[in-house]
Each structure stands twice: as C-alpha cells, then as structure tokens.
Ligand binder design. Structure first.
Ligand SMILES: Cc1cc2nc3c(=O)[nH]c(=O)nc-3n(C[C@H](O)[C@H](O)[C@H](O)COP(=O)(O)OP(=O)(O)OC[C@H]3O[C@@H](n4cnc5c(N)ncnc54)[C@H](O)[C@@H]3O)c2cc1C
Length: 351
C-alpha cells in the first residue's frame, strides 16, 4: 500500500504553487489525486496572460507520453487531441510524424487540471511553508540564474483557406514550425538566437502566407538545460523554471508534467528530486551546448546529435529497445536535420 503523502492533511502547512502553466497545474492535480484535496492548504497564484487563449505563448505539440501522463491524473487524453499530423517540417526538412506528434488543446487541458482550484492573481501577504516555483522563464521565486539563456520566439495561430499543406520555407534565421491544430488552423512560429525580430517575422509571414491570422504572441524558451539547485530553502523549481525544456526541439510540455510528478515522488527529499531530474533530463545540457555550438560555429554537430538519439526517442514516447523501425526512422530524421541544418546568423545589433 502506498504511504499517504500527508497522513494528517489538516495539520499541514500551506503550499503555494506559483504559476498555473502546465507544470503548476499538473502538480496541483497530482497533489489533489494523491489525497490533498483541501483547497485551504494549496494556493495557486498566477497573474494570468493577456493572450487570446489566456495562457502565455506556446505551441501545443506533444508526444505519446501525454496519454499516460494525462490518464495518471484521471483525465481522458482523447478529449484534448486537436490533430495528429501525418508529416511535419523543421526548417524545410520533412518528417513522417503520424502517431508520434499530437497537438493538444493546451488551454482546455490546463483548465481541467485546475478544476476546483482558486487561482489568485497575487499572493497578498500570505506566507507559505512550501513554495513551488512553476513560473517558467520568469523564475519569479527561485531567483534569476546568472548564466541564463533565453531564446525569443514569435508565434501566430492562423487559419488556412484550404486543408493546410505544411509549407517548406528554407531560411537561416532559427527553428521554425507549422503545427496543425483543429480544422484548417495551425500554429506557425519561430524561435531564434539571432534576436532579429524583423527576420523572424518575415519567416512567420512566409510560412503563413494566404492564411487568416487568429492571434499572435511572443514568448521565450530557456536554452540552458536543468538549472541546479532545483531546491533552495523552501522553494522548489519545476518545469521550465528549472530549465526543463529541450533547447533543440523546444519541447517543454512533457518535461513540465514529468518534473511535477518527480517532485511529488520526492516531496521531502530535495536531493532525490534533483537526482531524478538529472537522470531524466540531465541530457538537455548536452542539447543546450549543441545549440550554443551551432550558434557560435554556424554548423550543427552531427555526431553529438546522433549521440542523443535514445534520449530523443524517449522524449517522443518511443521504446528505443523494441521499436527498431521507429529507431531507424528517428536516426534518419536526425541525420537529415544535422546534414541540412541551416547556418545560424548572429545579428549583434539585435542583442
Ligand atoms: C512560442 C513557443 C512555442 C512552444 N512550443 C512548444 C511545443 O509545441 N511543444 C512543447 O512541448 N513545448 C513548447 N514550448 C515550450 C513550452 O511551452 C514550455 O516549456 C512549457 O509551457 C513550460 O511549462 P511551465 O508550466 O514550466 O511554464 P509556463 O507554461 O511558462 O507557465 C508559467 C506560468 O507562470 C506564470 N507566472 C509568471 N510569472 C509569475 C509570477 N511572478 N507569479 C505567479 N505566476 C507567474 C505565467 O503566467 C504562466 O502561467 C513552446 C514555447 C514557446 C515560447
């Protein structure tokens, strides 16, 4: 039998979850599922976002891991799947992704995760014994990181006039995407270390040519890998606040959920939490240095990228030990990225 996390919940201190993005919301739901269904001891705080969908800018692409993680908190994953595209493009490179990549209704998912929670816009003067910093790139509670790397992104939600064929648009500005959503709509965006917003906008306009714009937003992706310590005093970092996003692919939704789960599993064990995170996502530091090297030298290191195929397979929700076909496909795709990776331009004036 599982030991209850909180044998006498009534006596427990107040827990503040700062940030109601994917990490904070999933953590809230996990805590409730594990028997802490008492609103008065968990407080969720988030100032909210002025974006049309109500959450900070983000893409909605996830992998197969979403299904298990969703069921784990008693939600039906099928409710949130908007599309499962056949093919994808990353910087003009075509991938077969059917069954591997799914776009989800992220705002709807977050809403359901937070069912029953009151989300306050500020903490007021209340003091919490445990603070979970789930504030993403802000790191509003655990504090700034001296060597932080934050890549700017811009994104639009658009509606194509025809079932959108994913466009191929070669450029050397950064990492761009077109992610199909419901109907004929899609997210079109770019993240770039060129810091050249005009060039970034041009790529997005070209990818979305002829489509009707529904909304647009700006955002940032952290490019560091895990930032230690994840726990400082009574503050625990989770999700992107802890650097848990893959700097190369920009995938942060699954790591945010997994890190919340690891936090709950190691609730009273900060060292155990850090060790579990490093075991799972320590390799993000390697992909961070790959991106940095790509930026500095202008070419992507093929050998280093291929060295991470197992980790990428796992991030995609594939069992690399048995799925040999998927493995071959993945290696082939990674090789194509490496060989055709565009040179990155550095526009110093935009920094
Ligand atoms: C343009 C873009 C596209 C992306 N596309 C994808 C994708 O397709 N797939 C994918 O897996 N990942 C994608 N990512 C990355 C992914 O969105 C993030 O890694 C993930 O959302 C991180 O979740 P989080 O909960 O840790 O942080 P966030 O989602 O950033 O949530 C942080 C929350 O904290 C709140 N907050 C901020 N400051 C404070 C404060 N002082 N007090 C309280 N709350 C505060 C914010 O309002 C926000 O709600 C993308 C990111 C960007 C920017």
């Amino acid at each position: 039998m599982k030991r209850p996390l909180w044998p006498e919940a009534r006596n427990m201190p107040k827990i503040l979850i700062a940030g109601a993005g994917i990490a904070g919301s999933y953590l809230y739901r996990l805590l409730v599922k594990r028997g802490l269904g008492l609103k008065d001891i968990i407080e969720v705080v988030d100032p909210g976002s002025a974006t049309r969908c109500g959450i900070p800018s983000c893409g909605f692409a996830t992998t197969r891991q979403f299904f298990t993680l969703c069921r784990e908190v008693g939600l039906d994953p099928d409710k949130y799947i908007l599309a499962s595209p056949d093919t994808g493009y990353a910087n003009g490179i075509k991938f077969q992704i059917k069954g591997h990549i799914f776009s989800i209704d992220k705002p709807g998912f977050i809403r359901d995760l937070l069912a029953g929670a009151t989300v306050n816009s500020s903490t007021g003067d209340k003091v919490a014994e445990r603070i979970v910093d789930a504030t993403g790139t802000a790191r509003a509670y655990i504090g700034k990181y001296e060597h932080d790397i934050i890549y700017p992104c811009i994104q639009k939600k658009v509606e194509f006039s025809h079932p959108h064929a994913l466009a191929e648009y070669p450029h050397n500005v950064g990492y761009s995407w077109v992610i199909p959503l419901e109907g004929r709509s899609a997210h079109v965006g770019i993240g770039s270390n060129t810091y050249n917003s005009e060039a970034m906008k041009k790529v997005v306009e070209s990818l979305a040519e002829g489509a009707r714009t529904i909304c647009a937003c700006k955002g940032f992706i952290r490019g560091t890998g895990p930032i230690l310590p994840l726990v400082q005093g009574n503050i625990w970092a989770v999700g992107e606040a802890g650097g848990l996003v893959d700097p190369l692919s920009g995938a942060g939704i699954i790591p945010a959920m997994v890190s919340a789960k690891l936090l709950v599993d190691h609730w009273d064990d900060p060292k155990g939490y850090e060790a579990a995170i490093m075991k799972k996502y320590g390799w993000f530091r390697k992909s961070a240095s790959l991106v940095e090297e790509w930026q500095n030298k202008g070419t992507l290191n093929t050998g280093k990228l291929l060295g991470l195929w197992r980790q990428y397979a796992e991030l995609a929700g594939l069992d690399y030990r048995v799925l040999s076909l998927a493995r071959i496909d993945l290696i082939r795709s990674m090789l194509r990225i490496a060989l055709r990776a565009p040179k990155m331009r550095q526009d110093e004036s935009m920094k």
